[in-house]
Ligand binder design. Structure first.
Ligand code: MN
Ligand code: MN
Length: 256
């Protein structure tokens, strides 16, 4: 089984700070760094997989992301995308869902990203899951780690039948998924103490251990993933980059 890895260096839809466009080559550096080995915690050697790293892409227009992904994905491989801000997930899944859908999505995020539009932009990084659910690019969406829901976002969640596990109510035992599953990991789902390198610091989030445990607990087939919103400009000593690479490695181990 082949895993394709693409980097989408794009942060034009970030509402607060730029920076995530710089993330993909840095996450790769941490993934291949000699500071750690290639084994996952569950004992899988990630060097043994058929890895198709197609490199980093620099979209000019938003929907270039759809075209880039369409060229990179295929029915006989699984896709991992390094972002970029979270807006990339919508055009990327427009392409990937056409090839590998239908699938469910697990979104780990401090935010719902369900706004109908944000400051007038329907493609803001605060909106991708509204677009994804409107176009039925996923059969179901489960959000965990949220701690910023507004009345509007609750209404949107109800409209799209989103299953919400807010951080304040979080219980690993209550999560269950159907196959195939796609994981969208926004680095701000972590508490900023564990992941300071994000644009939106939202205290009260996941520890590194909790997110690794979520990934390990998934007992259905994982057919794809993205890791988004790592902002190297805000990082401290590479803490967040190393965490992104660690989680990426654990996801790869579970995908195979
Ligand atoms: Mn997000
Ligand atoms: Mn977020």
């Amino acid at each position: 089984m082949i895993i394709t890895l693409q980097g989408i260096c794009y942060d034009e839809k970030s509402s607060f700070l730029k920076g995530p466009a710089k993330a993909p080559p840095l996450i790769r550096e941490f993934l291949y760094s000699d500071s750690s080995n290639a084994f996952t915690e569950l004992g899988f050697n990630t060097q043994t997989i058929d890895f198709n790293d197609v490199g980093d892409f620099y979209p000019i227009e938003y929907f270039d992301i759809q075209q880039i992904t369409k060229q990179n994905c295929s029915t006989d491989s699984k896709l991992i995308t390094l972002g970029g801000d979270h807006s990339i997930t919508y055009p990327m899944l427009k392409a990937y869902s056409a090839v590998k859908g239908p699938f469910e999505i697990l979104q780990i995020d401090a935010h719902g990203d369900l706004y109908n539009n944000f400051e007038g932009d329907p493609h803001s990084h605060a909106c991708p899951f509204a677009r994804i659910m409107e176009e039925k690019l996923a059969s179901k969406l489960t959000q965990v780690g949220g701690r910023t829901y507004t009345q509007h976002q609750y209404e949107q969640a109800e409209k799209f039948a989103v299953e919400i596990h807010e951080m304040k109510d979080y219980d690993l035992q209550k999560l269950s998924f159907s196959k195939p599953l796609y994981i969208s990991l926004d680095m701000d789902g972590f508490d900023p103490a564990y992941a300071p390198g994000v644009s939106h610091h939202e205290p009260g989030g996941f520890t590194s251990r909790q997110v690794v445990d979520i990934i390990h607990s998934i007992d259905v087939e994982i057919i794809g993933a993205d890791i988004v919103e790592y902002n190297p400009d805000r990082d401290v000593q590479g803490i967040t980059g190393a965490l992104a690479a660690k989680v990426l490695k654990e996801i790869i181990g579970k995908m195979v």
